[in-house]
Design a protein around this ligand. Sequence first.
Ligand code: ZN
Length: 769
Amino acid sequence: MLLLRHPFSLLAICLLVLVGVLRSYSPPAPLGADVPNVVFSAVRAEAILRELLAENLPHVSGSPQNAMVRDRIVAQLESFGYQPEIQSRYHCNPMFGSCSPVENIIAVKPGEAGEGAVLLTAHYDSGWVAPGAADDGAGTAAILEIARMAAEFPSFENDIVFLITDSEENGLIGADAFAEHHPLFPGVKAVINLEARGVTGPSGLFETGEGNRRVIRMFADSVERPYGSSLVYEIYKRMPNDTDYTVYKRKGVMGVNFAFAQGVAVYHSAIDDLDHLDMGSLQHHGDNAWGMTKAFAERNLDSVVSGEDGGYIDVFGKWLVHYTVSITHGLALILGVWVMLAIGLAFRKVFRFRQLRWGLVAVPFLLLTIALGGYLLSWPLGHWPDLHPLEHPSPWVGRLALLLMVALAGYTTLKLFTGKVSACVWLVIAWALVFILAMRLTSFMPTASHIALLPLALFALGSIVDLFRKKSAAPLLVASVLGFAGASFISFYHFFMLDVVMNFDQSLFRAISLWMMALVVMPMLLAFVKDRELTWQPARWLLVAVLGACLVHLFIPGYSSERPRDMTLMYSEVEGEASGYIVLESIFKRHDRKYAEGHSFEMQELNSGQLGTVQRPVREVDSIGLPGIRIEELSAAMEGDGFSREFDISVPGDGQFLRLAIPKTAGLEKAWVNGELALDNSLESKHKRWVDTLQVMYPEDGKVKVELLSSSPDAFTMAAVTWHELPGILIAPFMGNWPDDARPYLYGPRAEKIQEYEFGAIQAVAVPP
Ligand SMILES: [Zn+2]
């Protein structure tokens, strides 16, 4: 049958695959400043970044701090021999209803042919509270290091445009300004964008343009350490996340988008600084970007877009398996039929239909037990401990609990069904399921079909070897072992992939990612235990081990000073109300309860400033009477078949931020800020809005002219929020016992003023005859 001399050899294969997969999820070692000038060095890039972020302060676009960073980038480019240009304008991105000053930095290395340009881009602005060393200082520094290297090269075929954008964080405003207004943009035929959603981990290819078949092949050929999977791309497409590349992609420009995504607790937090940035991630960013830059720079850019997409997955960060989607259907059919035939031929004499019935009970039993185990473990591993929603700082014990649970489910299945289900029956059902999965994937998500195709292909390959071992007592042993290696690879790859998109409260999905491995290993185990007497003892030990791991996991803190929880002290008041509030803001709603109780914060419904409410822990204080905006209505009239309102807003002196919220009942179609189209609701976006918002940063001279075009003449209430400096004295009493594992996140400390303003109905005026 499928007799292995030792089932521990399966464990060894499993561990080898695990080590390989872990290599995928770790960045390369950073290269020192001693490597040749034409090799990317993270140490040199870090030195550049250290200079850019000398003060280690946030530098939101429009701020004086950001102007300093801008000047330093310009100086760097000049020192490499470029003549950088600054694209300067006050711009709005109508996809997000967001406006801010923009100072994009552009440098060009002209090509020989000059027929198309490669755009290498990252953004230099940061969020409100993060110094932005990873997001997107790493991308910026990588591009500067590449600009330095490129300057040492003779001209490439194509132009290379280095674009360090501004105001990405506020809604891709700099990228939109470049695409809408810069004369270089129409020549851009390929984009390389560098981003971060954490501070460590490998830099992976997570997005491309439509028709990426050729670009995927270029990626496979041009980078040392490819990391990425087309399933991640499918997931990203469905997530409400965007980067600068979104702007160019919507205009049909081909591109590759790289990001590192581990250490997500630090992302957009006050400690996204140089001390927390992984130099390996920076190295990987640079290697990827430089590899792709050279590839695009020497290629006819008119031929980079294919008629179809490719699927891909990296193997151990070493090779990239990639395929054209159009072949997946045929390939699945051929491989599936082959595998089923191989199994049928090898076992035609021992196959018993009677056992098939037990098999149809046993296989679902195993899969459901694993799912149930994952579901149950989500309490001790996820719901009970206090955890970040996305990533655990010390995940190994939790992972071990899940792996042991799968072993327990496997052993229980063996114990219950040995003698009733033969190895060959399980083999038939297991690989039939993989075959069915392959066929489903090729029709519904063809770029993810490698999930089933890869194990099928390895099994098929092994079956050829088995053909030459005809007399063996274990037909299809090589096929089974190779198929198992493929299945473990797929299982582990996705088990770790889920690490940075969900925490252990979603253990059900983590457990399901191990299905394939468990399913495929069983025939070999069934064959091994066939004539052995199994006892319940190992199951008991496994259960104790699972519970023990859960217990240990419960004692591991879910936050640390290196992977902090998000917690910000801010102040909020609503105009006309006598009291204001010190708010303990946690965007993920996971504030430190002990701290909150210690300072007598109590949960309360607050005005969210977006015509709704939000639950936050607060301390009520006397209103400090922040200055507010003044609105002067200029006109309200019917215009075509819509209704237009114009008004002027004066923003108080220190106002750096203004957000208007307009209810959906107003039927807003478009909005203009200072004559610029600021919001266009007809544009398709990944974001679903419950309320329309207009965000204006650093308004020029504190004056904003707004025009709204809506489909309804009805009256409505608009909410306006302005941000002001938070008086230190307000929060000083609350700084005692500030938890070491908590950091301000996203918007950071601020004093917020909320005002509401009524617009009357527009009277439809009868046109005089
Ligand atoms: Zn970013």
